[in-house]
Ligand binder design. Structure first.
Ligand SMILES: [Zn+2]
Ligand SMILES: [Zn+2]
Length: 132
């Protein structure tokens, strides 16, 4: 079991199984909400423990399509926590334990800020990965 929570502790959730993968998105939108490194979890592996009433959802206007959830009280980014998709990304920042996966890709490297240095050997894509 891998637990996650927001900064103020109002929201807690757990992952019944480790995430399938970890990746980092360097686009400006993920950067601004502080959720660049994401882990991908299966819907059935994700369970709220408390504080679902503190979860706010931001639905962007087209062409952007990724909704973003965060804590109403402290602003912690939760990724797409609680999505109805079969698998969805949650922010690695809000995990309280080792998710047992490591970063395997970087996307939107073309948008990466100058101050961020990629220090792993994971695959890099200028925008989206091909066929993805
Ligand atoms: Zn909070
Ligand atoms: Zn992004």
């Amino acid at each position: 079991m891998i637990n996650g929570s927001c900064c103020c502790g109002a929201i807690k959730f757990e992952l019944i199984n480790p995430p399938s993968m970890m990746g980092t998105c360097h686009c400006s939108r993920c950067r601004k909400v502080g959720a660049s490194t994401l882990v991908f979890v299966k819907k059935d592996d994700f369970r709220w423990i408390q504080g679902q009433e503190f979860v706010a959802r931001y639905e962007p206007e087209a062409p952007y399509k990724h909704s973003r959830t965060f804590c109403k009280q402290c602003g912690t980014s939760l990724g797409e926590a609680g999505s109805q998709q079969d698998s969805f990304p949650i922010s690695a920042n809000c995990l309280d334990a080792d998710p047992l996966v490591r970063n395997t890709f970087h996307v939107f490297v073309a948008s990466k800020p100058a101050w961020y240095e990629i220090c792993d050997s994971a695959k890099q894509f200028q925008e989206y990965p091909p066929n993805g």
